[in-house]
Design a protein around this ligand. Structure first.
Ligand SMILES: CC(C)(COP(=O)(O)OP(=O)(O)OC[C@H]1O[C@@H](n2cnc3c(N)ncnc32)[C@H](O)[C@@H]1OP(=O)(O)O)[C@@H](O)C(=O)NCCC(=O)NCCS
Length: 169
């Protein structure tokens, strides 16, 4: 799937090998910077690669430059929209919304599982617009907290940066 935005940005769900190579390094770096700033969880390069391999990634490009990313994390009980990031120069222009919306369509098409997102304040605002509602952390199977120890905000768990939302069909 390919969506062209007015500003020349394209959002794609399938990448050829050369675009994957380009995206892998850039997206890894973007996520690292945001994780260091305590805005999101770090994501291993192998996880980013796996999402490309399994067609579970949505990537935005400006020309050939990767500028945004989100992927679907497959848990035993859920499919999670995760790893949302937009390059600082392209924020507040609606790209985050389009990335999450595209990931939501992909999740609905590809999986018969509840769709969840563990957002911070900004991504939570986007998720709410798309039909996600907040639930208490105790509502979810604990498998989804298994990556939390890698987060800079883990010391504050469960009253930490992320909340929990589920897509209401
Ligand atoms: C979260 C993120 C992906 C949003 O991307 P974006 O392209 O700026 O999002 P959008 O332009 O689609 O904005 C969607 C809504 O959020 C609002 N918003 C965006 N950034 C905001 C900010 N810093 N503070 C408050 N609201 C903000 C927009 O105004 C818009 O609301 P509206 O529809 O009422 O106008 C981006 O800020 C980012 O990459 N942040 C760093 C990584 C991160 O925090 N990831 C989430 C991990 S849980």
């Amino acid at each position: 799937m390919l969506t062209k935005l007015k500003n020349g940005v394209i959002v794609v769900t399938q990448l050829d090998q050369s675009l994957q190579e380009r995206a892998l390094t850039r997206i890894e770096q973007l996520i690292k910077e945001e994780a260091n700033a305590n805005n999101m969880l770090p994501l291993a390069r192998s996880e980013i690669q796996l999402a490309f391999d399994k067609n579970r990634a949505v990537t935005a490009f400006s020309g050939k430059k990767p500028i945004g990313y989100v992927y679907l994390h497959l848990w035993q009980h859920y499919i999670e929209i995760s790893g949302i990031v937009v390059h600082p120069n392209f924020r507040q222009q609606g790209l985050g919304l389009i990335l999450i919306k595209t990931a939501l369509s992909l999740a609905k098409r590809s999986f018969d599982l509840p769709i969840i997102i563990l957002p911070n304040k900004v991504s939570g605002k986007i998720a709410k617009q798309l039909g996600f509602t907040h639930k208490d952390k105790t509502f979810f199977h604990p498998e989804i907290w298994s990556t939390c120890p890698t987060c800079k905000d883990y010391q504050n768990f469960p009253n930490c940066r992320c909340s929990c939302m589920v897509y209401e069909t």
